[in-house]
Design a protein around this ligand. Structure first.
Ligand code: UDP
Length: 246
């Protein structure tokens, strides 16, 4: 077990929140929460639902490995240690209601919005902001909207953009060495005790990952687009980013 010095006497308490892919539990320490990763999968703002067997284990272990890599590079994350195959101990954050997306290659909604072919390289990585709101379907917003809605202070937004690009500079070569192209990914940030941290997860649910040799999609697009081989793709990402098979 890797608990990175996390308190050993943490007890899981009431369910705080159940999302599409995770359950968040309170603990006996108000500063700490437990993230439990489910096999449930949704897409298109939950219009498409299903199960990806073993996904929770893959996403928990892959996220842990990516957070550990980022912590080594001095990126502050909410991750404090893996508690089990599906559970991770984290700092409790006040989540900033912005989804930050970084893109290295054109795909998904960017291909739709621009008409550019999926797979077109992006010379300088792009950062996009989306308002984290299920009822509104996570609309794209800009810095002016963030200010108008007071979602984050200008200083926080500057920090988030800088951190998102720094995370990209760390994870892109890390994944490349393991045979994966980091096409794009989504980040969530939050506040705790006057500091800012990266939160949520980094997994094949939140990243587009293509095989470096074949270009094969090894992420949630296999589920979204009914490409088949969904479980196998998640297991392959686990093998490459964590080590042994889940
Ligand atoms: N993404 C995510 N959650 C969301 C929306 C997007 O994790 O609610 C991730 C998605 O997996 C991809 C990246 O963010 O890696 C960019 O997604 P895009 O804007 O292309 O949206 P899509 O077309 O996938 O809905």
């Amino acid at each position: 077990m890797n608990t990175r010095g996390a308190p050993v006497n943490v007890e899981t308490r009431a369910k705080l929140y159940e999302g599409k892919a995770k359950i968040v539990y309170a603990t006996n320490d108000p500063r700490l929460i437990v993230q439990y990763f489910k096999d449930d999968a949704t897409a298109f703002n939950a219009l498409k639902r299903g199960t990806i067997v073993g996904k929770g284990v893959v996403n928990n272990r892959v996220s842990a490995a990516m957070f550990e890599r980022l912590e080594r590079a001095k990126v502050p994350t909410h991750y404090l240690g893996a508690l089990s195959d599906r559970e991770m101990l984290c700092r409790r954050l006040d989540i900033i209601k912005i989804e930050t997306i970084v893109r290295n290659v054109v795909a998904g909604s960017l291909a739709k919005r621009t008409g550019l072919d999926e797979g077109t390289p992006i010379r300088q990585p792009i950062v996009e902001l989306y308002y984290k709101s299920d009822p509104l379907g996570d609309p794209m917003i800009n810095d002016d909207h963030v200010r108008m809605m007071k979602l984050a202070t200008p200083a926080e937004l500057t920090w988030m953009r800088r951190m998102a690009l720094r995370i990209n500079r760390i994870l892109r070569p890390h994944m490349w060495k393991r045979g994966l192209i980091l096409v794009d990914f989504k980040l969530e940030f939050g506040r705790a005790g006057g500091r800012r941290y990266l939160g949520d997860e980094i997994s094949p649910d939140t990243c587009r990952l293509w095989d470096r040799q074949t270009g094969e999609k090894l992420d949630k697009d296999r589920f979204r687009r009914d490409l088949g081989g969904v479980e196998e793709a998640y297991q392959e990402v686990y093998r490459r980013l964590v080590g042994t098979s889940a």
